[in-house]
Design a protein around this ligand. Structure first.
Ligand SMILES: [Zn+2]
Length: 365
């Protein structure tokens, strides 16, 4: 009989209390707040996820400050530390710091490392890191877009440099926003494939366009699927089909999901129209791919997702898919008027262009 390994859920109470935005009333930065994790944990307790025999609840790995230097400049690390020590402040319109930000952001990296190292080391079959602040916009020298340190990039560089893990890694970024930070870290790296589906401003122009394909040895390994606002469940799953044949050729030893949930229809800073069932279907699909390619090794690392009513259900949907159990969406998601809307015509055009751009690197598919 095969003994199933546990699924690791990595979280810490500090994520439910620290790094509180300075404005209590809705503003962009106010949405990245402790209630996100609090609401998730309340829900997971209510549905008794933590007493499930396959779930283990684990704290982030304790990491040294030097670990941050794998992904960030000393100047950036020192800046975050110094401003936190002074009591916090605003770095720009989209980054706030409080007195505990440095420690919490460091702990978030420890959470991502625990999730990823645990899957690679066969401690967990899959993992889910419920961490904040998010990370996918942060770059080596700078915090950006609510992100302080780049949790996923830091974890990958830790795998590479401290654990001697050099096999291929695929990142699938489903956050509503383009993970410009993550893309930058691995833009010339042939061993890390970055695939992102994100809302894109086709009128004004934006980063995250299709022709950002990577450079040098990494060319063809940065794959952006920009989508117009208002995509719905079927549209999202349609976009995702693109990655399947590419992953088969890339043969990752690990899949990391940059798990943002701000494409959720009620999200205050995303403009797409997904409901929680899509995250269930997404996770099931990625599980099937991972089982075929890399012994099911997937780590989900929380990025955005700011609707505190819907977010807990999206997380439940992911966990139920990992457990291979049924997921029942909440009643408030029934009969939503937009569910049958579709951006399919626009998406077909984008997919055709993207396929032709990728053809030199991946052949026809
Ligand atoms: Zn986002």
């Amino acid at each position: 009989m095969i003994v199933e390994k546990p699924i690791g859920i990595i979280v810490d109470d500090d994520f439910t209390s620290g790094h509180i935005p300075p404005y209590p009333k809705p503003s962009f930065i106010s949405f990245e707040n402790p209630l996100r994790i609090k609401a998730i944990l309340n829900h997971l307790e209510r549905i008794q996820i933590f007493s499930h025999k396959r779930i283990v609840n684990v704290k982030p790995k304790e990491i040294l400050e030097a670990t941050l230097e794998l992904a960030h400049s000393k100047y950036h690390i020192e800046t975050i530390k110094r401003i936190s020590k002074m009591g916090g402040g605003l770095l720009d319109d989209e980054v706030f710091l409080t007195e505990d930000t440095f420690n919490l952001a460091k702990k978030a990296i420890g959470g991502a490392i625990e999730a990823i190292e645990g899957v690679i080391g066969n401690k967990y079959s899959q993992s889910l890191a419920l961490i904040r602040p998010p990370g996918h916009h942060a770059i080596r020298e700078k915090a950006s877009g609510l992100c302080i340190f780049n949790n996923i990039a830091n974890s990958i560089l830790y795998l590479r440099e401290k654990l001697d893990f050099h096999e291929n890694i695929a990142i699938i970024d489903i956050d509503n926003h383009f993970g410009d930070g993550l893309a930058q870290y691995f833009y010339d790296d042939p061993t890390v494939l970055y695939f992102s589906i994100h809302e894109f401003d086709f009128t004004e122009g934006d980063l995250g366009l299709m022709n950002e394909l990577g450079i040098d040895e990494g060319i063809g390994k940065n794959i952006n699927f920009p989508v117009p606002e208002g995509i719905t469940n079927d549209d999202f799953l349609y976009c995702l089909e693109l990655i399947d044949p590419i992953l088969k050729k890339f043969k990752p030893a690990l899949i990391i999901v940059a798990a943002g949930f701000d494409m959720y229809y009620a999200d205050p800073i995303g403009n797409c129209l997904l409901t929680s069932i899509t995250y269930f279907q997404f996770a099931k699909k990625i599980m099937r791919i991972a089982e075929n390619l890399c012994e099911g090794k997937i780590a989900f690392i929380l990025e955005g997702g700011y609707d505190i009513i819907g977010l807990p259900y999206c997380i439940e949907a992911i966990i139920k898919a990992l457990l291979n159990e049924r997921y029942d969406p909440p009643e408030f998601e029934d009969n939503l008027s937009f569910l049958n809307d579709s951006k399919r015509n626009e998406l077909e055009k984008i997919k055709t262009i993207l396929k032709s751009l990728l053809n030199p690197y991946w052949g026809s598919f």
